[in-house]
Design a protein around this ligand. Structure first.
Ligand SMILES: Cc1cc2nc3c(=O)[nH]c(=O)nc-3n(C[C@H](O)[C@H](O)[C@H](O)COP(=O)(O)OP(=O)(O)OC[C@H]3O[C@@H](n4cnc5c(N)ncnc54)[C@H](O)[C@@H]3O)c2cc1C
Length: 454
């Protein structure tokens, strides 16, 4: 095979959208995925996709929203429950529950129609590295498919999800400015999920629910997502470091018993999965390539929503790669623009949510319960925690809140500090450096002001 312009490792949502974006602009792209062609797109997932991210993808490359049998339920609301499933706050959250395989196969077909070649059932194992003017560049991959093969390209994109096979295989010299090969145990989230069919219909139509409980304290949570009539997508997850919580499936079954006895439903699918659970790396590019989707840690650090960000960041990366191909420049500096774009949107949004997640971890489920019941946060403010929208507080709002929190001065102080950091983060991320020159100073400033150590 002639070397393509771009190799994309992984044909999940981020891989196919990035490939389509590049191929539509006249460049040759190969997707390599270890799954067989008919399974590409399938994944153990909560299956929820946020409509706002899909809208950005539509505006970017005109990819249609999920439709027909790709959709298993239309979502209008997200509820956050503490202790009891009905002790909840409900927010507007337009989106879809999708069939990952059917939707993923449609996106793959669109990529192939745009000219993308797919090498399926092929496991990428290693990178090909070359040296140009004393600097290392990624210039291809080695993969196993009935024997070992090599394929070269001008760019290699890591869209291999939580496995992040390209990122983990990079030479150390290319892993810099906040990128990491391996995630810590706090930054990885194993999870267990079942898709079930109930004997009778459920009461969660059009709703997704995240539930916090003392049995699996934040950041862990249990979820119930409506998957249409009589069907639910239910799961549980927590940080790998929360080892004291014991076997995950046991905790899941114990929680499920509270709502549905085991004989009231049939399990249609079950399985586990890994979620990278941290803010995006400060740098997602290297000489000869870049990271996208889960490999770039684009998952929301409170809700674990990663499907929308994977799609949305992928077309943006595709456009930056096309610019670099036109400029015939494969350097990290040429690709830096992708960092700037991602950091100003997902960098800021996910960092603000991460700050709030730390607060939830700190105050625990009982503190969160107090905040809900004392109406300390309004719905639109909770949107900040769970989806990352901006909040603006009037002076009257602040005074009212202070009065309600008078009896809990320590909580009041914590919230004041958190709100101060969120306020500062807007300026910090607006000033993400336009070139790699200022990145280390920026990282130090961000870490100091937002009390982080990334
Ligand atoms: C249990 C669970 C529940 C979730 N729930 C939600 C949810 O409700 N909403 C939401 O928005 N997000 C959810 N997510 C996250 C979401 O699934 C991901 O963010 C999204 O799939 C990321 O897309 P991606 O393309 O980056 O990676 P993936 O979808 O993981 O695709 C990666 C692809 O790379 C391929 N690959 C991996 N290694 C190699 C290799 N060595 N060689 C070749 N190919 C390789 C894989 O076969 C796969 O096709 C959940 C995740 C899990 C695990």
């Amino acid at each position: 095979m002639n070397p393509p312009d771009v190799i994309i490792v992984g044909g999940g949502p981020s891989g196919v959208i990035c490939a389509t974006t590049i191929a539509k602009q006249g460049y040759s792209v190969v997707i390599i995925d270890r799954k067989s062609h008919d399974k590409i797109g399938d994944k153990t997932c909560g299956d929820a996709v946020d409509k706002a991210a899909l809208q950005r993808v539509f505006d970017g490359i005109a990819t249609e929203f999920p439709n027909g049998d790709e959709v298993t339920d239309i979502i209008t609301k997200m509820s956050v429950a503490v202790h009891e499933i009905d002790n909840k706050i409900t927010l507007d959250a337009p989106g879809f529950l999708v069939d990952r395989l059917i939707y993923g196969q449609r996106l793959l077909k669109e990529a192939e129609e745009a000219g993308v070649r797919v090498i399926d059932s092929a496991n990428v194992k290693q990178l090909i590295i070359e040296e140009i003017d004393g600097e290392k560049y990624v210039s291809g991959v080695k993969y196993l498919k009935k024997g070992e093969h090599s394929l070269s390209a001008k760019f290699v994109i890591d869209a291999s999800g939580a496995y992040a096979v390209v990122r983990k295989s990079l030479p150390d010299e290319l892993v810099k400015h906040g990128m990491k090969k391996e995630l810590s145990e706090d930054e990885q989230w194993p999870s267990y999920r079942e898709i079930i069919e109930l004997k009778e219909d459920h009461r969660f139509a059009n709703e997704i629910i995240l539930k916090y409980d003392n049995d699996f304290p934040p950041p862990g949570y249990f979820w119930i997502f409506s998957k249409g009539k009589q069907r639910l997508n239910v799961g549980i997850g927590w940080a790998k470091s929360q080892k004291e919580l014991g076997p995950m499936r046991n905790a899941y079954l114990k929680e499920m018993e509270k709502y549905y006895p085991r004989d009231s439903y049939t399990v249609l699918k079950q399985g586990g999965g890994q979620i990278p659970f941290r803010v995006p790396f400060d740098n997602l590019v290297f000489n000869g390539g870049a990271l996208v989707g889960d490999a770039a840690c684009m998952v929301h650090p409170v809700t674990a929503e990663g499907h929308g960000p994977a799609l949305d960041t992928a077309w943006r990366l595709g456009n930056v790669i096309v610019k670099a191909l036109k400029a015939d420049n494969r350097s990290m500096h040429q690709l830096w623009e992708y960092n700037v774009e991602i950091s100003r949107h997902y960098g800021r949004k996910h960092t603000e949510s991460e700050i709030l997640r730390r607060m939830i971890e700190d105050i625990g489920t009982d503190g969160l319960n107090f905040l809900f019941n004392a109406h300390i946060f309004k719905e639109e403010e909770l949107n900040l925690i769970f989806s990352g929208d901006e909040i603006v507080l009037s002076k009257l709002d602040i005074v009212k809140r202070i009065i309600r929190l008078m009896r809990k001065p320590r909580l009041l102080l914590k919230i004041k500090k958190i709100m101060g950091m969120i306020d500062q983060s807007k300026d910090i991320f607006a000033n993400y450096p336009k070139t790699s020159d200022g990145i280390e100073d920026w990282r130090t400033l961000r870490n100091n002001k937002l009390n982080m150590n990334y």
